[in-house]
Every structure is written in C-alpha cells, then in structure tokens.
Design a protein around this ligand. Structure first.
Ligand code: SAH
Ligand code: SF4
Ligand code: F3S
Length: 450
C-alpha cells in the first residue's frame, strides 16, 4: 500500500478540499500517513493569497528534497495541489526537477490518477481541468479535521475581483451547490453524530443555486437566508457560516439567526478598510456607511452575535487619514477579533499594476497600531465573559496543555478547561473563570447540556 502524506495551507476551502483528497485516496487504496518521512508521496495543498503563503510551498519543497531520506536516494513523489498549482500550472516544473505533478483547484478529484501516472513514469504531469460532473462533495468521519465538526461547501469560486485578490483567478467563477444536496449532506452528518457544521465558501452570501429545489418551504430575502433556515430545520445542533461578503450581506440573515437558535452567534464580515477611498480602489462594492449599517443590524440582534473581520493595511496610496478612518471604524465596530494583513501585491491582480508605495516600515507601524486597538477592545469583550456560563462543544485535548480539554462556544471563542476525555463530542456548560486575549478558561458546570 502506497503511503501519502498530505499537508494543507490556506483557507477552509483548502482544508475541505484536502479532506476530500484524503477520502478519495483512501477509497482508491492509498494509506494516509501522518509520518512525512515514511511517505511515498507528499502532497502540498497550497495558498497564494499573499506572497508569504506562496513561499511556504517553495520552502517545503526545498526541505523535502534536502531531507535525509532523499540524500540516501529514496526519493519521494511531490505533488502540488491548490491555488498555487492552479495559477502556476506547468511553470512549477521549470528550472528545478523538484515537483513531480501539479493538480489545479478543481482537479483534486483525480488525485489518484495523477499519482498513478507518476508511478508509471510520466514526467511533469499536470491537470488544471474542471471538476468531474459526479464529483463527490461529502467527506467521511475518518478524513474530517474533527469528528464533531464538518465543513460543508455551499459555493465555490468568486466573481468579485477585489483589486488586490488572487482568489477569483485561482478558484474561478462562483458556483453554488444544489440546496437539496447540501441539506442531504447535513442530515447525513447529523445522523453520524456531527454536532456542528460550517457552511463554507469565499462568499456564502452570494449563494445562488440554479433551482429552488430543497428551499421551497422556507422564506427569506435571498437564497442564502432561505438556505440558512432550511439547514436550521434539519435540527443539527450548531450551524456556522463563513465567509460573508459585506455587499451581499442581507439584513434578513440576522433575522434568520434570531429565529433559529441553532444558527450560531457569530458573523465574520471582512471589511478590509475604514476609508471609502481605499474601499473604492479595492473595488469592494461597499462603502463604510453601508458596512456600518450592517454592523448596527448585527449588534441589534436579540442574542449577542460575535463579530470578526479581516483588514488589509498599506494598500497602495493609503494615507494617514485613510488609516485613521480604519482605526475609527475598528473602534466603532468593537470586533471580537480580527485578522490584520499587510498588503501583498499579487501578480495578475488589477492592483498589481499600482505602485506598492507604502513602505514596509509603515505597513508594520499601521499593523501594530491597529492590532493594539483591536486587542484592547477584544480584551474588554473577553473580560465580559468572566463568571458567565457558556456552552462549549468539547472538540479535543488542548494542544498547549494535555491536562485540559478545548472547544468553541457558539460565538466561536476558544474555551479551555479541565475535564474527562469522556466529554469529547459533547456540548457542555462551562463557567468562565479567566480571560486571556484569545482564549477563555473555565470550569465545568455540574451537568451536561447534550
Ligand atoms: N472571501 C473573503 C476572504 C478572501 S481571502 C472576502 O471576501 O473577504 C482572506 C483575506 O485575505 C481577505 O479578507 C483579505 O483581508 C486578505 N487578502 C487577500 N488578498 C490579499 C493581499 N493581496 N494582500 C494582503 N491581504 C490579502
Ligand atoms: Fe477575494 Fe474579494 Fe473575492 Fe473575497 S470577495 S475572495 S477578497 S475577490
Ligand atoms: Fe488561499 Fe486559495 Fe484559500 S489563495 S485563501 S487557499 S482560496
């Protein structure tokens, strides 16, 4: 049995693709191994969203080709999957002899054929083709990143072409999965004992299936809010969704959350900048005023919804005033947490032709200043959980402290606490006793919730 080691960078879509790659390989008689040195094949599922992410591929390939194993002449097959594979294609074979095959973002269903071709002696094998018509989107328990949580893709690709972003080029146009298929999958997952699902896509709010099949009985202003109500009706315990796109984030989504307790208390709504000048240059399709209206709606929900975002600092021509607007916006929104990124020019994107004229030093200064403000708001939000009781899905033994268990609240906060392994997979009540910047700590209340 050939052994395959699979490593994943990037967003949830990549994690989800990797789960299906693992499922396909297992079904086709390969063994997925956690031991890189023992593997016959190393697969790297890559991300291209920032230069640093792309560089990880080259660093990793260098490490593999310089390993003790390689030096002893026992070569491994290296396959590159994902966004860098899709964008670079055949050029990944140039000038080195380090990569054996390349599979684009939609060709991952043919991973076994690719490996077999390489074993059969085919050189520079690549496949950047489309998904098979009968592509299987489901993932069994053995390959999921968690036995209790499942990612369910509902839309792939992106039509938005924000000027800085490579994703529309690496993932192609938006394509929604049929609602009836999504609901069938969620029902299956529920039967298997999965407690939490994440409906995933680059822009879940843009969900637009070809037919209404599966959504006929559900109301909603958009197909996405009808899907949310339909998925809530499956009765699965927790539903989260990611990522939302401000322009397409309809207020009815908040109404759907209000109506259904199993739709979780969390919205991730990337804003990118607080300045209308920069938002226009980014071609985000929203103004800061329209964004804040959506935030007000989210904050007016009957349950407290936690709010997270992504922000880019140092986009070309970002002035001190533009950055100040971002600080002002962040202070108004009081994010539960935020991912901050320094602008990274990506070849092939419209912004690549603009001069990257914010000095690295200034990008770093802005990053740190924004981080300080967001962290300070975040601290008070986390402190406000002290002495409160939250429901936590017990997911795993904490990686930092083997004596503790770890899980998430419905508002997507990490909670660590002491408890028996028998609690894994249960949703239990925890009383919060300590709050650090990114993690809450607590004690088990004396009864299970489910
Ligand atoms: N679909 C989501 C997220 C896409 S990528 C959205 O529309 O927001 C995840 C995050 O990476 C983005 O939200 C953005 O903040 C960041 N990002 C994307 N391209 C980038 C670039 N060229 N430089 C720096 N950050 C970038
Ligand atoms: Fe990229 Fe914009 Fe699409 Fe998000 S919406 S994936 S940032 S192009
Ligand atoms: Fe990266 Fe591709 Fe996701 S570029 S963020 S892995 S869609």
């Amino acid at each position: 049995m050939k052994k395959v080691y699979l490593e994943t960078f990037g967003c949830q879509m990549n994690v989800s693709d990797s789960e299906r790659v693992a499922a396909k390989l297992a079904a086709d008689g390969f063994e997925i191994t956690p031991n890189e040195a023992a593997a016959d094949v190393v697969l790297i599922n890559t991300c291209s969203v920032r230069e640093k992410a792309e560089h990880k591929l080259y660093t990793r390939v260098g490490q593999i080709r310089n390993s003790e194993r390689e030096k002893s002449g026992n070569k491994q097959i290296v396959g590159v999957l994902g966004c860098v594979a899709q964008l670079e294609g055949e050029t990944l074979f140039e000038g080195r002899n380090e990569i054996d095959f390349v599979l684009g973002t939609k060709a991952v269903g043919r991973v076994s054929q690719a490996i077999e071709q390489v074993f059969a002696g085919q050189k520079n094998y690549f496949d950047l083709g489309d998904r098979e018509d009968n592509y299987d989107w489901s993932v069994g328990e053995a390959q999921r990143h968690s036995p209790y949580i499942a990612f369910v893709p509902i839309i792939e690709g992106c039509n938005k072409f924000c000027t800085y972003c490579i994703v529309p080029f690496s993932r192609g146009r938006e394509k929604s999965l049929p609602a009836s298929e999504i609901i069938r999958q969620v029902l299956n997952l529920r039967r298997q004992g999965v407690k939490e699902i994440h409906l995933i896509g680059q822009n879940v709010n843009s969900y637009r299936p070809k037919t209404d099949s599966g959504l006929e009985n559900f109301h909603g202003a958009t197909a996405f809010s009808r899907l949310l109500r339909a998925v809530a009706a499956t009765g699965i315990e927790r539903i989260k969704f990611n990522t939302s796109f401000p322009r397409d984030f309809h207020p009815d989504i908040v109404d759907a959350l209000d109506e259904n307790e199993n739709l979780c208390n969390w919205v991730h709504l990337p804003v990118q900048s607080g300045s209308n000048n920069i938002l226009r240059a980014m071609r985000r399709g929203h103004t800061i005023e329209s964004y804040l209206e959506k935030i007000d709606k989210i904050k007016s929900a009957s349950r407290k919804l936690s709010l997270t975002t992504d922000i880019i600092v140092g986009f070309p021509n970002e002035t001190d005033e533009d950055f100040f607007d971002t600080l002002k916006m962040a202070d108004y929104c009081k994010f539960d947490s935020a991912f901050i990124f320094k602008y990274s020019p990506r070849p092939g994107t419209p912004a690549y032709s603009m001069i990257d004229n914010i000095l690295a030093r200034n990008k770093t200064e802005r990053f740190l200043e924004l981080e300080k403000l967001i962290k300070s708001n975040q601290r008070s939000i986390f402190q406000s959980y002290l002495d409160k009781t939250v429901k936590v899905l017990v997911e795993k033994i904490s990686s930092k402290n083997k004596a503790e268990l770890s899980g998430h609240t419905t508002c997507q906060k990490v909670v660590n606490f002491k408890g028996s392994n028998k609690l894994l997979g249960k949703i239990i009540e925890i009383k919060i006793t300590q709050a650090k910047t990114n993690t809450l700590y607590g004690e088990i209340c004396d009864h299970y919730v489910s």
